[in-house]
Design a protein around this ligand. Structure first.
Ligand code: XMP
Length: 584
């Protein structure tokens, strides 16, 4: 299907968000590189140029084919950098602003133009720019302004060319949805043609066509994407032709393997196999302490196990193709976290898989959908809501939530600030990674002090509050600890308790993710502590620590302190940045 809207990717993190918002309005949209020639875009009703971090006057910065400005029958909307590109290429002028404008602003709009139809003149918008348009190109008029940005919008209505400096695609632009709808339906006259759940028959037909006489094999993780992809193939080809293997690494949460197995059985899978690889994973991790070392070992183990499976059976003959749960953003080079990428790279590099890819023996039925669309498809396929709403869980599993230490070290009082805990965790600031100790406060601070303290105490990158303890912090220390079966069991039990209480109280619905972390801080009798890390996020790139209601926290703390080996319960107060979501 040819989409009605192309979103040109000028390098901004919001490019996929724009395409998702267009699809949310029921209009088909796809992302293309910004330099795509105009002739290849001429069939579209509308083109949207995304924002991006570059400056139009820097050599090598993303650009567009200027022919796009002259396509008849195609409406154009430039957003942020997109507006600057239109100004630059159309004969206007772009300059660095005297000051940047980041965050909320009040814009004054021209309500006469179709883009701002039915909107009040003063609007809350979200801005993120330093450069700005200083002079509009011939034919354009100014359509919006803010106190720091006199040209916050411009249009050449006769030619259907529109641009805004602010971001209508983000929720902070309160009427952003209305502005995008105005563009799609009033300006570009798009029709509603996009509904992922109405495409099931087509998707199944496509699977049958690609598979032809061949069978499909999946490595499933229990995650939403691979399960939905698997279910679609199962429906299209029947249980005899779709096989799945789940690798039990021993690093999963309590009941996970059984849960995944039960989901696949309930889907009607008959060739579903669990590869028990616990010993192989745990043996190779016995001496690992550092996060990247753990990831490397786990990635390599996955490679070994998957390769052994692919080489042992009949999978390398021409009767089989590989099914994968790849989704739309994965197919385009942007987004994702570096660490997640690393894991994916490992998985994709398995020699057996590489061979199947090279031979074009791969099927990815969800490659044109976004995560929320995959969930909608899953719902339509009858997958339980409880399954579709699961929080993301990292590939390396509990290994990166069970912190280790190569030596014994005391905790240290630092002035009036709190206690320095010599357990290192990962942080991120700008593009660089930090690996530093943690600062602990006794009890929950009254205010959000974490960021300020971390800025002041430069040698830490994370702040926690000790919310319950068997011993005073001064009597605890960090001890030598590795990824043993016992410590993983301890973490698994703690994680299971936290999950149960946060599920029963409804708290799990209020957060995006809720890692539970084990750190080797304690006493000889009770050598470990548990850290609670509930966070809000949109995409995992940034996150905010979330406070929980005191009665729920009290219930969790009480139960955890009653568990074997647990000396204290701590609460992670740090946002991302400066700390990452996971401790490792
Ligand atoms: P961080 O810790 O980088 O996490 O703030 C961002 C998101 O990515 C997940 N994460 C991973 N996922 N393999 C994965 O598949 C990994 O190695 C990995 N590390 C972090 C993390 O759970 C969060 O959702």
């Amino acid at each position: 299907m040819t989409p009605q809207v192309f979103v040109l990717d000028a390098g901004g993190q919001y490019c996929h968000l724009i395409a998702r918002k267009v699809r949310e309005a029921g209009v088909s949209a796809e992302v293309r590189p910004s330099e795509t020639p105009a002739v290849q875009l001429a069939s579209a009703r509308a083109i949207i140029i995304s924002g991006g971090p570059s400056s139009v006057y820097e050599p090598g910065s993303p650009t567009i084919d200027p022919g796009i400005l002259n396509l008849s029958g195609t409406a154009l909307l430039g957003i942020c950098y997109g507006q600057q590109l239109m100004a630059h290429l159309g004969g206007g002028r772009v300059e660095p602003g005297l000051e940047g404008e980041y965050g909320l602003a009040t814009a004054h709009l021209d309500p006469q133009i179709p883009l701002f139809d039915a909107l009040a003149q003063a609007q809350q918008v979200w801005m993120s720019h330093r450069d700005l348009v200083a002079a509009v190109p011939p034919g354009f008029a100014v359509t919006a302004s803010t106190p720091t940005c006199p040209i916050a919008g411009m249009a050449d209505i006769a030619r259907n060319l529109y641009a805004v400096q602010f971001h209508p695609e983000v929720v902070h632009t309160l009427n952003g949805r209305r502005i995008l709808d105005n563009f799609l339906f009033e300006v570009a006259h798009c029709e509603k043609d996009w509904n992922p759940t109405a495409q099931l028959d087509q998707l199944e037909e496509q699977i049958r066509r690609i598979a032809a006489a061949r069978n499909v094999f999946f490595f499933v993780s229990g995650g939403v994407d691979s399960t939905v992809a698997y279910t679609l193939c199962l429906r299209a080809l029947g249980p005899d032709r779709v096989w799945g293997t789940y690798v039990d690494t021993g690093l999963m949460r309590e009941g996970e393997t059984e849960f995944v197995e039960s989901i696949f059985r309930s889907l009607g899978a008959t060739h579903f196999h669990v590869e028990h690889a616990r010993e192989r994973f745990l043996d190779s991790l016995a001496d690992a302490v550092e996060p990247e070392q753990k990831r490397h070992i786990i990635g390599q183990k996955f490679v070994d196990v998957q390769d052994a499976i692919l080489n042992s059976g009949h999978f390398l003959n021409g009767d089989w193709i590989l099914g994968q749960g790849t989704i739309y953003p994965d197919t385009i080079e942007s987004g994702g976290t570096a660490k997640a990428d690393l894991i994916k790279t490992h998985h994709n590099r398995v020699a057996g898989i590489q061979k199947l890819i090279e031979e074009n023996r791969i099927i990815e039925p969800l490659a044109s959908f976004y995560k929320d669309e995959v969930r909608a498809i899953g719902r339509q396929l009858g997958l339980p809501q409880e399954f579709l709403d699961r929080h993301p869980f990292p590939g390396p599993g509990l290994a990166i939530r069970c912190l280790c230490s190569a030596k014994c070290e005391p905790v240290e009082k630092i002035g009036n600030e709190g206690w320095l805990i010599p357990v290192h965790s990962v942080g991120v600031q700008g593009d660089s990674r930090s690996y530093r100790p943690v600062i602990a406060f006794e009890g929950m601070p009254e205010h959000d002090v974490a960021t300020e303290v971390i800025n002041r105490v430069a040698r830490v990158n994370r702040a926690i509050a000790i919310v319950g303890s068997h011993a005073p912090i001064g009597e605890m220390s960090v001890h030598t600890a590795h990824l043993t079966k016992d410590r993983l069991s301890r973490l698994r039990a703690a994680d299971s308790t936290v999950r149960r209480i946060s599920h029963e109280s409804g708290f799990d619905q209020k957060v995006w993710q809720f890692p539970v972390v084990l750190i080797p801080l304690g006493t000889p009798d009770r050598p470990d502590s548990v850290v609670l890390r509930p966070i809000h996020s949109v995409d995992g790139m940034t996150a905010q620590s979330v406070k929980m209601d005191q009665p729920i926290l009290d219930a969790i703390t009480r139960e955890l302190l009653a568990q074997e080996g647990i000396a204290s319960v701590c609460y992670d107060l740090t946002h991302k940045p400066p700390a990452t979501i996971e401790w490792e």
